[in-house]
Write a new protein. Structure first.
Length: 192
């Protein structure tokens, strides 16, 4: 059966994102050239520029895809029926698990801040993993389970702790030790 134009377009875009991800993980953003990406994707440079303005635009799409996958993993591990404190702990465990996907920590925590800048990365995160964290914190505070603190700074500091844990685990640290510490951090915020 022949594919529609939309299906071909989506397939080409997905192939470019997948190929670019592989190259960015292997070589880093700066060392990756668009000829490498199109060769890996099996498309022309014209196809790349039809879908993306430039290499940075393609990289942003890779980062958004990765951020969406992390957020989906967190949401899958934290159903609404889970009490908020348990959901925060389950969400942190799901985050560490999702970040263990080969290359993801490098892409999101090393390459993305350098290539996109912190403000752009924060904006992407705000609509994915950052959103799930803020929602969980707000629910826990609304239910009187966490100390009432300014939500934005609290989410930013916890996010930094989760990122640091993911980097440590990616470098070979004991995931269980980092998870226990993250759980203790959440417990320390709980209302006595």
């Amino acid at each position: 059966m022949a594919r529609t134009n939309r299906e071909r377009t989506e397939a080409t875009r997905a192939a470019l994102i997948q190929a670019a991800r592989g190259r960015f993980v292997a070589q880093g953003y700066a060392a990756t050239g668009t000829p490498d990406i199109v060769a890996a994707a099996g498309v022309t440079r014209g196809a790349l520029y039809h879908h993306f303005a430039d290499k940075l635009d393609l990289f942003r799409a890779v980062v958004e895809t990765e951020q969406a996958a992390v957020a989906a993993a967190i949401e899958a591990a934290t159903p609404r029926s889970l009490p908020p404190l348990q959901a925060l702990k389950a969400g942190s465990a799901a985050f560490l698990e999702a970040m263990a996907v080969p290359g993801r920590t490098r892409l999101l925590l090393v390459e993305a801040p350098a290539a996109l800048g912190v403000a752009a990365l924060d904006a992407i995160d705000a609509s994915h993993g950052g959103r799930t964290l803020r929602e969980g914190l707000a629910q826990a505070m609304d239910e009187g389970l966490l100390r009432r603190l300014p939500p934005e700074p609290l989410a930013a500091l916890l996010s930094a702790a989760f990122d640091r844990a993911a980097r440590a685990v990616a470098e070979g640290a004991d995931r269980q030790a980092w998870q226990e510490t993250l759980d203790a951090l959440v417990d320390g915020l709980a209302v006595a």
